[in-house]
Design a protein around this ligand. Sequence first.
Ligand code: F6R
Ligand code: MG
Ligand code: MG
Length: 365
Amino acid sequence: MPRITLSVIKADVGSFVGHSCVHPELLDTAKEYLADKGKGRLIDYLVTHVGDDMELIMTHGRGTDNEEIHGLAWNAFMQATYAARKLKLYGAGQDLLADSFSGNIKGMGPGVAEMEFEERPAEPVVVFMADKTDPGAWNLPLYKIFADPFNTAGLIIDPKMHQGFDFEVHDLIDHKKIVFHCPEELYDMLVFIGATGRYCIKSVYSRTLKEIAATSSTQRLNLMAGRYVGKDDPVCIVRCQSGMPAVGEVLEPFTRPHLVAGWMRGSHYGPLMPCSVNHSTPTRFDGPPRVVALGFQLCQGKLIGPQDFFADQAYDRARQQANKIADYMRSLGPFEPHRLGLDELEYTTMPQVMDKLSGRFEPVE
Ligand code: F6R
Ligand code: MG
Ligand code: MG
């Protein structure tokens, strides 16, 4: 069987209105571009969005970090940027940090999650896409999916899962990585992945199947740009069934919205609300942060789908709970823990205010 690469590459290249959605003309522009220039390169593709982020879901046979595929995505985003400029959309081209493409789209602004594998006789995958949050948002659900037997029954009763999973965790500040073998190293791993602003689960591997099971985008846009550009709005791919977690086990963590960093001005904690593509339009206080889950069956690399999982009424209660949590968090206004701590704030006027008041600070007796 030939190996298939699934590449999910995303960027915010202009939104309407404000930072809430991607204009249909931008989606059409990227679709037309991939339909034309993807010929002979891509097996299949889907152009979609979550909130103001355009998502290119692509399959091909060229492996991860492939220059041609990354170049194709970059140029699709450029074309969409031209369309956004014509419509005077907000933040046109905001996530494209370079003037021209230079070999690998990682480090140039867009977020990337890619995995290469031999397609199984049936290959169900879920692509998660989030808006108004950062890559640390995946730590808790990935932990639950692949390490928590209260979430994933297969960890106990599926012989192909009982041995557990290996987690590759990245330190996004020191640019280091480590692999934790779970379940035996769970407690060590939790020391790190509980700190979601710094340590992120990059990939997960099945110890029995010796196969990649999940991978996420870990690009931190503002660390790359050195200034506030927008939140990272990460993506994550999870393979399901037959020794991987069942689709229902993969979706289960999102029934209880957890608090993630992002929301208004990338500077507030708020609940991650599961929703359909059509409802992924952050409005209230530019949020609350959203997550969409699209399911596909791969068929020789063709994307059979999508199945828009969180459109299901089974997630209505999670949405209500997210709204309740949002009410509570909003009631704290500019106070922590709604507002992020000083070292995590994406926007801050602290240096200017400190400058202005510096002469008035006196030693405390
Ligand atoms: C968060 C986000 C928005 C903006 C906010 C202010 O990721 O995109 O909450 O930060 O709307 O936007 P600017 O600074 O562009 O006016
Ligand atoms: Mg935006
Ligand atoms: Mg966004």
